[in-house]
Design a protein around this ligand. Structure first.
Ligand SMILES: Cc1cc2nc3c(=O)[nH]c(=O)nc-3n(C[C@H](O)[C@H](O)[C@H](O)COP(=O)(O)OP(=O)(O)OC[C@H]3O[C@@H](n4cnc5c(N)ncnc54)[C@H](O)[C@@H]3O)c2cc1C
Length: 407
């Protein structure tokens, strides 16, 4: 795909001489810096060379390509927006563009980058002690160590305040018991960022760094997933895990800690979901031009054109929204409610685009020969994690009415 516009028009009518490209109809590229375009090109090449040729097989076998992790470190996408400690220190927009390219490959691979960088590394970067940062962040940025982020529990999903995992003080140690569910990378992680209740009055929820070889830590893959098959999600269990006092993240106070990390990951999803949508749209457009029925390409039917146009409209709007929110994030003016706006809208639209693209591919659309239904299935998870549609609707409802309606 080219960045600017293609298809020359005739000269002489005063209009620009090129027609907008279906791949960047509004020429959003013109609003990116050279560095941002360069970073995007690097991630796009990585996705084309290392993910696209293999993703069908990984998805079919429910296999996460562990060997790609150091390569992602070399490409610079792990903790990409964090500063210092071996992280790339790139802008929020550059990080968003990377998420978009990765998710055009597969949501499972973008999810890995989010869990590692936006959740686990960002928790350590925001709330860790100097020793914790020095120990974990450089090898995580290089992809030599993997992190996971344990907030959700079997009985505490949308309402993390109801978590049961408990950290008890025993002398100067902490002793942790409990369970977590749906934790990305749990079985392959070297360190788990785990959120637990304590009996501290002021900050009842605290974050802990648990090396996964600690006695009492166990993790089990969740199998039978019909979504995110090229990614790993796990049940974690903690049985009398004993940790030294310095295993706690000193800067994280209450649920504000994990929520701050979730906001980082939600931001990446705003871009990533548009990457998955773009992949579906491009596939449907190409298929519709090639596939003939009733003596002409299915792209020649008005009903198909309407579908393609609706997809393109929502991708352009969603990408502009992502860029706008990214620029706000880089300026330091982005509010969590505005992140909810982007996550709710862009994932919802991406799912619609994937499903509509599937109809254009007809029967072939339900196979893994095309990326569309894989994206559609993956996006069901993206819709649920980092706040469901309902949770983001309630966040926005609260923002505009001033009345919380969560319970
Ligand atoms: C692929 C995948 C990866 C994940 N990765 C991680 C991870 O790495 N770390 C982690 O901690 N968690 C992770 N999660 C968990 C994810 O964040 C939760 O699934 C999510 O928060 C929803 O929780 P739940 O599944 O328990 O659903 P529930 O909270 O039980 O919700 C069920 C339904 O009820 C609705 N609902 C709940 N409360 C309300 C309300 N007040 N009003 C209206 N409707 C409501 C929800 O919107 C939803 O539709 C992952 C999940 C998936 C599927």
């Amino acid at each position: 795909m080219t960045t600017a516009q293609t298809n020359r028009r005739p000269d002489g009518d005063g209009r620009p001489k090129v027609r907008p490209s279906p791949h960047d109809f509004l020429n959003v590229d013109a609003h990116l810096s050279d560095e941002e375009r360069e970073i995007r090109a690097g991630v796009r090449s990585f996705v084309e060379e290392r993910i696209q040729p293999n993703i069908r097989d990984w998805f079919e076998r429910a296999h996460f390509p562990r060997e790609l992790v150091p390569e992602m470190g070399s490409v610079g996408v792990l903790g990409m927006h964090l500063k210092g400690y071996g992280c790339a220190g790139k802008s929020a927009v550059a990080y968003g563009l990377a998420c978009m390219e990765l998710e055009a490959g597969d949501s499972g691979l973008r999810t890995f980058v989010s869990v590692q960088g936006s959740l686990a590394m960002s928790a350590i970067h925001k709330f860790g002690s100097e020793e914790q940062k020095e120990r974990w962040l450089p090898p995580m940025a290089r992809g030599e160590k993997i992190g996971c982020f344990g907030l959700t529990e079997p009985t505490a999903g949308s309402d993390p305040a109801s978590m049961k995992t408990f950290a008890r003080k025993d002398g100067s140690d902490w002793v942790i018991n409990g369970e977590k569910r749906w934790i990305g990378m749990g079985t392959i992680a070297d360190v788990a960022v785990v959120w637990a209740r304590t009996d501290e009055e002021t900050n009842p929820v605290r974050g802990f760094l648990i090396p996964t070889d600690t006695r009492g830590f166990s993790a089990r893959d969740i199998t039978g997933k019909l979504s995110m098959r090229a990614s790993v999600q796990c049940d974690l269990s903690f049985e009398d895990i004993r940790l030294p006092v310095d295993a706690m993240l000193p800067g994280a106070e209450g649920l504000k800690g994990p929520f701050a990390c979730l906001n980082e990951a939600r931001y990446g999803i705003i871009w990533g979901s548009m990457g998955a949508a773009r992949s579906c749209f491009e596939c449907a457009l190409e298929y519709a031009r090639d596939r003939e029925q009733f003596g002409k390409p299915v792209a020649a039917f008005q009903l198909t054109q309407e579908k393609l146009v609706e997809m393109m409209l929502e991708i352009e709007k969603g990408t502009l929204l992502a860029l706008h929110l990214g620029r706000m994030k880089d300026e330091g003016t982005l509010r969590p409610e505005q992140i909810s706006f982007g996550k709710l809208n862009n994932v919802r639209e991406a799912i619609e685009i994937a499903r509509e693209a599937r109809t254009i591919l007809g029967g072939n659309g339900v196979t893994l020969d095309y990326p569309v239904m894989r994206h559609a299935n993956n996006l069901e998870s993206v819709r649920t994690y980092e706040g469901t549609d309902e949770v983001h609707t309630l966040i926005l409802g609260n923002a505009i009415t001033g009345i919380p309606a969560f319970r």
